[in-house]
Design a protein around this ligand. Structure first.
Ligand SMILES: [Zn+2]
Length: 420
């Protein structure tokens, strides 16, 4: 070794050992983050009463086997930790009995969450405003024709389209499909959206990525109307290109109506559940025609699950004035240190458009919506703490700004977006 370098090397080693001793999250900041009562932008809250199946329009238990992420497997250590933290001296059944209708609110409190957007087909006793805000589903409205053909894409899609057909029948409430597209929009689509809004909905959710790709390119309504009339009258299986034009037109119409009614549009933007999910089709940049449509600039779009694995592209889309994203699901499936990397990137770009969320969901007996909410909330806070601590250490932000950013992500951004 050249002796001249020895002091530099020593200094370097010292720096490394100092860095090692620094905690990943600044302790004071961690305490401040823990004290902020969060708003969960996306959760499938389950009613206190047993047998509830309305926590999702497309429950994922209908799917063919696939390779589950470690976090969702029966023996997940995180699930065990969550069960212990939530029900330690007792049991889930005992706690449900003890709390009764207050059980869902009790689960939120354990995760440091003040209120949650409940992504559900319908709300119900024990999951009600103002603590729970409704986010119903709109996909069924954009597939009004015979769905045999798109269902053939995979066994999972066949099951999903059958579920969407059922939900659309519920939305139609026994009425036949109106004769023209304009009538369908005016007599079915708009009244459903208005009923949702009157029922307290703050956003409409699209799980479209489970049914097709997210490339909703602009179309001409006259073309869509031709397709609608043709296949409605003949009750025949629609041609794929024709049907796509109709779906795109309806999606744009619903998005515009959401803007008019003061609701955001939530779109599943992430690789999804199941071994047939079209990961490339869910690429967030496919949403660009929607975000760039001047007629839709009054509609706010939320990329639910933050676009993973295309997290950088999702971050770039935050430049659109009406684009937002949340960290749901990522914080359940991935380690906080992993999520913190792109969370930091997003916070440097547009911190007022990043939302805390869990994607709490009844995955299994051992990983219920309670455990998944608790894990995702814990991981989400740690990821946020890690990202902000790194930004402070690199001199990008002050401690005061870090606390401000934490408050924004955990609650203030959602309050502003939904006018809560
Ligand atoms: Zn979800």
């Amino acid at each position: 070794m050249n002796r001249r370098y020895a002091p530099a090397l020593l200094a370097c080693l010292f720096a490394v050992s100092c860095a090692r001793e620094q905690p990943a999250v600044d302790p004071q900041l961690a305490a401040e983050i823990a004290g902020i009562q969060a708003i969960d932008n996306h959760a499938h809250v389950v009613l206190a009463a047993p047998g509830d199946r309305e926590f999702d329009a497309l429950p994922v238990d209908h799917m063919e086997p696939s390779t589950d992420p470690v976090a969702l497997r029966e023996d997940s250590p995180a699930a065990k930790a969550a069960t212990q933290a939530l029900f330690g001296g007792s049991s889930k059944a005992e706690m449900q009995r003890q709390k009764g209708d207050a059980y869902p609110a009790w689960v939120l409190a354990q995760a440091g969450i003040a209120s949650a957007l409940a992504n559900r087909v319908a709300m119900g006793k024990s999951v009600e405003p103002p603590q729970f805000r409704w986010v119903p589903y709109a996909d069924a409205l954009i597939f009004p024709l015979d769905n045999t053909e798109p269902g053939k894409a995979s066994p999972d899609r066949a099951a999903f389209f059958a579920l969407e057909d059922k939900l659309r029948a519920r939305y139609l409430n026994g009425a036949p499909l109106p004769a023209t597209l304009a009538e369908y929009m005016a007599k079915v689509v708009t009244p459903v959206l208005e009923r949702h809004r009157q029922g307290g909905a703050v956003a409409e959710k699209f799980e479209a990525a489970y049914l097709r790709d997210l490339w909703f390119e602009p179309t001409h309504q006259s073309q869509a109307d031709l397709a609608y009339r043709k296949y409605r009258e003949s009750k025949s299986v629609p041609d794929g290109v024709d049907y796509r034009i109709l779906q795109n037109t309806l999606f744009h119409y619903i998005a515009a109506e959401c803007g008019r009614l003061g609701m955001a549009v939530h779109i599943h933007t992430m690789a999804g559940a199941g071994g047939y999910f079209d990961i490339a089709g869910a690429h967030p940049t496919h949403l660009e025609p929607l975000l760039d449509d001047p007629n839709l600039r009054k509609t706010n779009f939320v990329m639910v699950h933050g676009g993973w694995p295309y997290v950088h592209e999702a971050g770039a889309l935050l430049a659109k004035p009406n684009a937002y994203l949340d960290i749901s699901s990522q914080t359940l499936l991935l380690a906080p240190a992993t999520v913190a990397v792109w969370l930091r990137e997003w916070l440097a770009l547009a911190p007022e458009k990043v939302l805390f969320a869990t994607d709490a969901y009844p995955y299994s007996n051992t990983l219920g919506w309670e455990e998944s909410m608790w894990i995702a909330a814990r991981n989400g806070r740690e990821a946020l703490g890690r990202a902000l601590t790194a930004m402070m250490r690199d001199g990008e932000i002050t401690h005061q700004r870090a606390v401000e950013l934490a408050r924004m992500v955990l609650r203030e951004n959602a309050k502003k977006l939904y006018g809560m």
